[in-house]
Ligand binder design. Structure first.
Ligand SMILES: NC(=O)c1ccc[n+]([C@@H]2O[C@H](COP(=O)([O-])OP(=O)(O)OC[C@H]3O[C@@H](n4cnc5c(N)ncnc54)[C@H](OP(=O)(O)O)[C@@H]3O)[C@@H](O)[C@H]2O)c1
Length: 343
């Protein structure tokens, strides 16, 4: 890699919950340089720091305060030298914008569900299915651009925790989620609905988890899901029961997670993607921004076996690993594998 050459990137939907994580993660990224940022058209011309209602529990980096918001305009993005576009748009808007960007030669890394289920669009998680990146060739790359998506946030945590357990044969998955309110974006839910309350329905979420875990891990288990919104700011907790084809003991799971190291030198990939602890009340959403890089580790605990089922609890940061952090990691994988920083 050439240390002095950075790739120009755009963030679209930069002011929302996921967009803020993009801006934070990209502010001092060693390979990427924010050359363009957009949100609703009415923000064009305003400084990012002035127009954004910052919700992250991390100070806004100085480097992004004065970035001028632009209108969504493909020619202006080309003129600004943008190669990679990070999308944090609502699905309906993404459905229009992302194919247009692809046709115009941009490499799009998206959080939106709009194109996740197209057969030539990968739902990419480097720890679980890095080889699916090559689907970009089925979209026409390098003659055209492409769209790479990342998974729904609950599915991301589940896929990372299950990736090293696939070898035991996954027959059934039962999962219940306890999902934070930042998962609904900003301003998201009314406080009158969620304060002192839990809501046992998240529109479309259970279907997404079932469909996406199968596509990502290339497995076909029976999946039983309940999703619940809880009054927590960041971090989704998930309780999981798995039936394996093989006879598996809790020690086998602990060993599989401990030995699960992804060979890569991507800046956003944790050395140990799944961190397990025997501590009784671990993990909790309070640790959503723990780990190195922050928010990118999936934490597991409460491992137990009953009859032939193995159960555990996991916690994933929904807006970092489960969204923008995962997208940045996907872009790093692409840049690394396709030699974009080499002459
Ligand atoms: N939140 C999560 O944990 C999470 C996890 C995984 C995936 N996702 C997905 O990621 C995407 C973004 O989610 P979010 O939670 O960040 O949503 P959000 O907080 O509602 O942010 C949406 C962003 O899109 C912009 N936007 C909305 N309508 C637009 C339009 N018509 N034209 C241009 N820009 C527009 C908004 O700009 P303004 O601020 O100017 O309105 C804002 O910057 C969604 O597709 C979501 O499903 C979210």
């Amino acid at each position: 890699m050439k240390a002095n050459k950075k790739i120009k990137v755009a963030v679209i939907g930069a002011t929302g919950a996921v967009g803020q994580v993009f801006m934070w993660k990209l502010a001092e990224h060693p390979w990427f340089d924010i050359a363009y940022a957009t949100a609703s058209a009415s923000r064009a011309g305003l400084a990012y720091g002035e127009t954004t209602h910052w919700i992250l529990p991390i100070e806004m980096p100085m480097a992004i305060h004065n970035i001028e918001m632009k209108e969504f305009n493909i020619q202006s993005m080309k003129d600004a030298g943008v190669q990679i576009v990070f999308s944090a748009l609502p699905a309906g808007v993404a459905r229009e914008a992302e194919p247009q960007l692809r046709a115009n030669g941009f490499y799009v890394f998206s959080n939106a569900a709009a194109m996740r289920y197209d057969s030539n669009v990968p739902i990419l998680i480097p720890e679980a299915n890095y080889e699916k990146l090559d689907l970009i060739r089925d979209q026409g790359y390098p003659q055209t651009g492409f769209v790479v998506t990342n998974a729904n946030c609950v599915t991301t945590g589940l896929a990372v925790a299950l990736a090293p357990l696939r070898k035991f044969g996954i027959k059934t998955i039962q999962i219940n989620s306890y999902q934070s309110i930042s998962g609904a974006g900003y301003p998201g839910l009314s406080s009158l609905d969620i304060q002192d309350n839990c809501i046992p329905f998240i529109n479309g979420e259970e279907e997404k988890i079932e469909k996406e875990i199968k596509k990502i891990l290339s497995i076909d288990p029976d999946v039983y899901v309940f999703t619940v919104r809880v009054p927590v700011m960041f971090g989704h907790l998930e309780t999981v029961w798995i039936d394996f084809e093989e006879n598996v003991e809790t020690e086998d799971i602990v060993e599989a997670w401990a030995n699960f190291k992804v060979a890569s030198d991507l800046p956003s990939t944790p050395e140990l993607p799944v961190v397990y602890s025997e501590e009784k009340s671990f993990p909790q959403p309070k640790s959503a921004f723990w780990g190195t890089p922050r928010g990118m580790v999936v934490f597991t605990g409460r491992l137990k076996k009953k009859n032939n089922k193995l159960g555990f609890v996991l916690m994933v940061n929904n807006i970092v690993k489960g969204a923008a952090g995962g997208s940045v990691q996907n872009a790093e994988l692409f840049v690394n594998q396709y030699g974009l920083l080499e002459d």
